[in-house]
Structures are given as C-alpha cells and as structure tokens.
Write a protein that binds this ligand. Structure first.
Ligand code: SAH
Length: 236
C-alpha cells in the first residue's frame, strides 16, 4: 500500500511552509479544520493545522485517521527544551510521549499515569524515528544544531518557569515540553497508526520563556518543517 502521511501542526506558522510546497493540492474543511491534500516531493500527504492544546490535537488526529485514511502521522512544531545540553533551535524526535499534567496520585497512580488504561506513555514508530535520524544527518538547514531522540511531555500549559520545569523533570524527565504531541500519540496509539513527533526548540521552558519563544517561533517552526519534509519520502 502506498503511504499517505498526515502532517499536523498546532499553529499556522508550523504548517504554512509545508502547505506552500504541495502540488496537486485540494482542500476539505471538517469541524472547522482545513485539511490540505496533495503531493509533497511525490508522496501523498494531508497537512492540517489542529489548533493549540491536547483536545484540538486529538480530535484532529482522529479525523485524519477516519476521514483521510492516513497510514502514518507526523506532528511538526516547536517546543521548550528540557534535556540537559539541548539548546534553542536544536531538535527532538520522539521516542515516546506522555501527559505531564495527568495527576491522579490521590488514588495511588504514578504522576502522568492515566487511570484504568494499559498505556500512558505512547511509543513512537521505530522506523519513523530511524527515518528522522537519517534525514537529520543530511539536512543542510540543521547544520550546527543537534538532534536528541527522547521522551516528549505534553500538557495544557505553556511552561515558562524554572520551578514548573523542574517539577516536570522530576515527574517524567522529558527531552522537551509542548502542548499537543502526547494527545496525537494517544489517538494514533488507539487507532494503531504509526506516528512520530518532530519538534525544534523555540525556548528553554524557563523564566525567559515567552520572549525567547517570540524571537525563535518562526525560525524553529520552519526548521522543524524542513526536517519533516525530508522524512516524508524516507518512511518505509
Ligand atoms: N504565541 C501563541 C501561543 C503559543 S502556545 C499565541 O500568542 O497565541 C505555545 C505553542 O508552542 C504550543 O503549540 C506548544 O506546543 C508549543 N510550545 C513551545 N514552547 C513551549 C513551552 N515552553 N511550553 C509549552 N508549549 C510550548
């Protein structure tokens, strides 16, 4: 079967460049979301802006799977750096994704654990992770930046305080923090659809968060999109 890759970004800045590269494109609007179908360097893709936050991301993922029958999902975007040594404009490719704001510890669950569910830490597809690493090694836009393969933690919160950053680190030690990836991973997991999350760091998720973010938003979003572009044709 030929691949049909769904590409999700939360914000326009994360998807507009990829959309502009599509050939044979057409649009369909569902639930207020504009799904743009077309070919990206010869591969069938559907690109969509989900909106910010976990519920927007999960609903969008479910539509991509049910209505557009995607074979793979890539989440592209920006994030706050958490891993030691990771800097602004470095990259993270997900090994797994979870919710840092899931807390039912009052009933004896581990922080981040989803009650009554067999999985709380959704594993990304190994072949897609490998494709990301291979694409990164030959991406000229990424020269001078590093790529870390690691856990991504998502929550409905912009992390811009050292105290919150440290408590998330203590809870689940992620490589980066953002607001959609784990919800996309969750929906993909329930549908048995392979996924990977690619994020380029816009900020350090610390007290300098908003200003660093504003300065780097567009550059980081475009770097992530450039890596996603070169992964799409490498997925087996
Ligand atoms: N600037 C936007 C809001 C952006 S919210 C506005 O004014 O409307 C932050 C977005 O970037 C989310 O989609 C999230 O996934 C990602 N992100 C980047 N850095 C983050 C951080 N430190 N904490 C949480 N999300 C972050």
């Amino acid at each position: 079967m030929q691949n049909r890759v769904g590409i999700i970004g939360a914000m326009d800045v994360e998807v507009k460049t990829l959309k502009s590269l599509l050939t044979e494109s057409s649009e369909k609007v569902l639930m207020g979301l504009t799904f743009v179908q077309g070919k990206l360097d010869g591969t069938d893709v559907i690109i969509v802006q989900s909106g910010i936050g976990k519920v927007n991301a999960a609903l969008c993922t479910q539509l991509l799977i049910l209505e557009f029958k995607v074979t793979h999902i890539i989440n592209t975007g920006i994030a706050g750096a958490m891993a030691h040594g990771l800097k602004v404009l470095d990259f993270v490719v997900s090994t797994d994704a979870l919710y840092h704001d899931m807390d039912v510890t009052g009933f004896g669950y581990k922080v981040t654990q989803i009650p009554q569910m067999e999985c709380s830490d959704f594993p990304a597809d190994k072949a897609m992770i490998a494709a990301a690493k291979e694409a990164f090694d030959s991406l000229k836009e990424a020269q001078g930046h590093s790529l870390v393969a690691g856990r991504i933690a998502s929550g409905d919160q912009f992390v811009s305080s050292k105290t919150v950053k440290e408590s998330i680190r203590a809870a689940c030690d992620p490589a980066c923090v953002e607001m959609e990836g784990a919800a996309i991973a969750h929906a993909a997991y329930l549908n048995k659809t392979p996924f990977v999350i690619i994020r380029c760091m816009s900020d350090m998720a610390d007290d300098s968060g908003e200003s660093t973010y504003d300065f780097n938003e567009e550059t980081a979003a475009n770097l992530s999109a450039a890596l996603v572009r070169s992964i799409v044709g490498k997925i087996q």
